[in-house]
Design a protein around this ligand. Structure first.
Ligand SMILES: NC(=O)c1ccc[n+]([C@@H]2O[C@H](COP(=O)([O-])OP(=O)(O)OC[C@H]3O[C@@H](n4cnc5c(N)ncnc54)[C@H](OP(=O)(O)O)[C@@H]3O)[C@@H](O)[C@H]2O)c1
Length: 239
């Protein structure tokens, strides 16, 4: 049977592109977004794929809610797992909510980013890992950012929230080394999505990043692609 993946942030940007590429590749999906109308559009596009892809079974669950609502998050994970064992979790939802200078933290935005970009993936993992470990196989894919590897003025809080997840997840990877569960980090540079205030056509597309995620998932299980960094050709902030 096709693997069942739970994907957050499927209502737009990279998450929507990834939902469509995963559906085309035959995965079964549980999709989360926050905006119900945007998530419905993603689901409609998934269901509009070729009838041969058995759309009724391909879209296992879908729900629109704020991921910082822990009760809703736990309920969604339980529904997805009850409908069909979850083979993989893709932590794609995320946001940069402030460009405050590092010396004057925007405390509410910092707390929100730590909640969404760091604590939410941990809670999702806590919900879904027991099933994966019991079955002896699974994948956790974290969508990080190249900000974990450089210092870019104005993104201290966002960088810290993504770096916190990276650090935590690296330890998780070590602890799960012999469990059959892979922990993978996808690390994109700039991507032209609604994440940004203005259009950046010179940046990566959502489809570029989705294709990279799909390649990581489809790599042989004996060769874990622990980290994949991809940047737009024009980017200069890493050298
Ligand atoms: N764009 C870039 O340049 C870039 C670069 C590196 C890494 N990333 C990372 O890539 C991931 C996807 O970003 P993107 O570019 O696709 O951004 P996007 O177009 O803004 O999409 C973000 C997704 O996260 C969801 N989301 C945001 N806050 C949420 C919340 N509180 N609860 C539930 N869902 C929430 C959004 O839901 P709604 O739309 O329904 O509100 C949307 O589905 C993020 O983790 C981001 O940090 C982006």
């Amino acid at each position: 049977m096709a693997e069942h993946l739970l994907l957050t942030g499927a209502s737009g940007g990279i998450g929507r592109a990834l939902a469509l590429q995963l559906a085309k590749a035959g995965y079964r999906l549980s999709l989360q977004g926050r905006d119900a109308a945007k998530l419905a559009e993603t689901c409609a596009q998934v269901l509009a794929l070729a009838p041969a892809m058995q759309p009724a079974t391909q879209l296992v669950q879908q729900a629109a809610f704020d991921l910082t609502d822990a009760a809703a998050l736990i309920a969604f994970c339980r529904q997805a797992e009850a409908a069909c064992p979850v083979d993989g979790l893709i932590n794609c939802a995320g946001a940069n909510l402030s460009r405050a200078p590092a010396q004057t933290p925007d405390w509410p935005a910092l707390e929100q980013m730590l909640a969404l970009n760091f604590r939410v993936p941990l809670l999702l993992q806590e919900c879904l890992l027991p099933g994966m470990l019991a079955r002896g196989h699974g994948t956790i894919l974290q969508v990080l950012s190249t900000c974990v590897g450089f210092a870019n003025p104005g993104v201290a809080a966002y960088s810290a929230s993504k770096s916190a997840l990276e650090s935590y997840s690296k330890v998780l990877r070590r602890e799960l080394q012999d469990s059959g569960v892979r922990v993978l980090h996808l690390i994109p540079g700039g991507v032209d999505t609604g994440f940004r205030a203005t259009a950046r056509p010179e940046y990566l597309t959502s489809d570029d990043v989705a294709a990279a995620a799909l390649a990581m998932l489809q790599a042989p299980k004996s060769a874990h692609w622990h980290e994949l960094v991809l940047r737009p050709q024009v980017e200069r902030n890493w050298a």
